[in-house]
Design a protein around this ligand. Structure first.
Ligand code: HXC
Length: 257
């Protein structure tokens, strides 16, 4: 901090990250990547911060990878630079991340939104993977995450036509958790983030790990992973506190231990 391409606000235990390249509709160049990875590392390392929101502007969450940066690039350069691979570091964040999407979430923008744990969309949100129109294809996980989120028929149609999907359809298709009026997007995302931030922090990490495991392994292995992590949480002080607090009809006071 400060970051060249991000604006950071702290709302108590919630970190609000705004992608801020208005001149390019928040197109994701290598500086945005570097800043986002650094901001997510800092968030993960800060015990005071319990939930993060990633958002853009009213007009664009992000209109994709930066086409002007990619225009001159050949295979050797893209391959050698391992262009986009840094985003994997962003997905390694252990604590919860919400994407709050208004306006365009296209190409890499849609992909970054899908790298977050879930998406809250403004009614103005438009999602798409229009890379085919540029002679390429998704390069930051879009073909995989979109297909897992909305299924083959819709994902294939979107990738092959490059069309945009509006917020309402995105909710029906399970791409987003919830749609809210555009002027309430940040307020609603903050409310949801504050609710998560009020949870026992180790349990938040464990819940995130478990749900993500569903996309990485078989059902039997995933259930085994869940059961072991569930049992592991019984060793935490917050488990004892959470169950006593329920029985005593009071709020839990979490230690993160
Ligand atoms: C660089 C971009 C950009 C992008 C917009 N801009 N998107 N610059 N990379 N992805 C710039 C424009 O060049 C313009 O700057 C300014 O932002 C405003 O954009 P306009 O086009 O004038 O705005 P508008 O007419 O409202 O149209 C909005 C839009 C359109 C529909 C979102 O900008 C658009 O189609 N953008 C590209 C979307 C896209 O194809 N994304 C996928 C990228 S590929 P100037 O200075 O020129 O006025 C990707 C994955 C790559 O993400 C993986 C493969 C390797």
């Amino acid at each position: 901090e400060p970051y060249e391409t991000l604006l950071i606000e702290r709302h108590g235990a919630v970190t609000l990250v705004r992608i801020n390249r208005p001149q390019a509709l928040n197109a994701l160049n290598s500086q945005v990547l570097a800043d986002m990875v650094a901001a997510s590392r800092a968030y993960d390392a800060d015990p005071e911060q319990r939930c993060m929101i990633v958002t853009g502007s009213e007009k664009a969450f992000a209109a994709g990878a930066d086409i002007k940066q990619m225009e001159q690039m050949g295979f050797a350069q893209a391959y050698a630079a391992n262009f986009f691979a840094g985003w994997e570091d962003f997905t390694r964040t252990r604590k919860p991340i919400i994407a709050a999407v208004a306006g365009f979430a296209l190409g890499g923008g849609c992909e970054v939104a899908m790298m977050c744990d879930f998406i809250i969309a403004a009614d103005t949100a438009k999602f798409g993977q229009p890379e085919i129109k540029l002679g390429v294809a998704p390069g930051m996980g879009g073909s995989q995450r979109l297909t897992r989120a909305i299924g083959k028929a819709k994902a294939m149609e979107m990738c092959l036509t490059g069309r945009m999907m509006a917020a309402e359809e995105a909710e029906r298709a399970n791409l987003v958790a919830r749609v809210v009026p555009a002027d309430q997007l940040i307020e609603e995302a903050l409310k949801t983030a504050q609710a998560i931030a009020a949870m026992p922090p180790l349990a938040a990490i464990a819940n995130k790990e478990m749900v993500n495991a569903a996309f990485e392994t078989t059902l039997a292995q995933g259930i085994l992973f869940e059961r072991r992590l569930f049992a592991g949480l019984f060793a935490t002080e917050d488990k004892a506190e959470g169950m006593s607090a329920f029985v005593e009809k009071r709020l839990g006071a979490w230690k993160g231990q």
